[in-house]
Design a protein around this ligand. Structure first.
Ligand code: TXA
Ligand code: MG
Length: 314
């Protein structure tokens, strides 16, 4: 591993791309201070140039050097959740170039906890810009094998780090406007954020900054997917089967009818999130005409999973 890390850091210094594990999903990393390296990253992901990327740091004090204002609320969240699955959006300092912010006046900062991510950041001794290591708009990668399926030609190196613990992308909180706004739900939920802040999150203002996870369709398998309420699942399966379409089903229990392919998902939102992207990849691989996904419960604990499923099925 020490050799691999030294090689990874050398590649990053040369402006090349290194995929690495984090506790949320795998990232495709580039030197965050190099316009050329980040340009290569956008090209590899086929990502529109105005979509900002998250910049990863080894420690909070390194991250805050990329912000020109660090509100007290940001310090509270960092103290409570970093290193960990949280991204903070703050007003950028001159260190954060237009090429990482998509031309916006803010920058996304994250301090991951995965030991391989931490070791890479320390070995490289600089920040790493990294979007999720998948093709833009498609299903994220939670194993090194998934990264290779999507980006074998684009990543100069893929670091192995096992299966991502959390399985869905970091919670994103925007703090550039004085108030804390939840932009992307994740493993860290709204009430945990509010407990750490000591106050309520603010509503998302109209015209809030762009973020690609905020696109209506995202995290999407290639097969058309649709969400179905639990009590309608069997009727929907019958409908598609009657049309001669093969269906793949993601559900909490075995469907009454024989379907071409199905996967059972856990009743617990944390366990569900961990399996989600691997499951979507498997359903896609079944080669059916349609994916039917049983809608999860509506409560706050399911907010992040519900968000990903809605966009995957949009
Ligand atoms: O867990 C994660 O956050 C993973 C791992 C690799 O760290 N990364 C990730 O990156 O999910 P990506 O690029 O797939 O999603 C980053 C999201 C995008 O929706 C992007 O638009 C938003 O963060 N974002 C980044 N900087 C932003 C900014 N300055 N303002 C608003 N949104 C921002
Ligand atoms: Mg992504």
């Amino acid at each position: 591993m020490a050799d691999e890390l030294a090689r990874a850091a050398r590649l990053l210094r040369e402006g090349r791309l290194v995929a690495f594990p984090t506790e949320t999903v795998y990232g495709l990393g580039a030197d965050a201070s190099s316009a050329a390296a980040v340009a290569r990253l956008y090209a590899a992901k086929r990502r529109p140039l105005d979509h900002p990327v998250i910049v990863h740091f080894a420690a909070a004090e390194d991250a805050f050097a990329w912000a020109r204002e660090v509100p007290q609320a940001a310090r509270k969240l960092a103290t409570t959740f970093w290193p960990g699955p949280l991204t903070l959006i703050l007003k950028r300092s001159p260190k954060a170039g237009d090429f990482v912010t998509g031309g916006q006046d803010t920058v996304g900062l994250r301090v991951p906890s995965h030991p391989v991510a931490q070791a890479l950041l320390r070995e490289f001794r600089g920040p790493i810009a990294a979007p999720s290591a998948n093709r833009f708009g498609e299903v994220s990668a939670t194993t090194a094998a998934h990264v290779r399926e999507d980006l074998a030609a684009e990543a100069d190196l893929v670091l192995e780090g096992g299966q991502s613990d959390i399985g869905i992308e970091s919670t994103i909180v925007e703090l550039s406007g004085g108030k804390a706004v939840l932009l992307r739900p994740g493993h860290i939920g709204a009430s945990e954020l509010e407990a750490a802040l000591g106050e309520k999150l603010a509503e998302r203002p109209a015209g809030a900054p762009r973020h690609s996870g905020g696109l209506e369709r995202h995290y999407a398998p290639r097969t058309r997917a649709q969400l179905v309420a639990p009590h309608e699942l069997d009727a929907q399966i019958s409908k598609w089967l009657a049309q001669g379409s093969e269906v793949a089903v993601l559900a909490f229990s075995r469907p009454d009818q024989r379907v071409d392919f199905w996967l059972r998902m856990p009743q617990d939102p944390v366990a569900y999130a961990q399996k989600l992207y691997a499951a979507l990849r498997e359903l896609d691989g079944a080669g059916c005409a349609r994916i039917l996904i049983e809608t999860p419960p509506q409560d706050e604990r399911w907010a992040a999973v519900g968000d990903r499923l809605r966009r995957a099925a949009a």
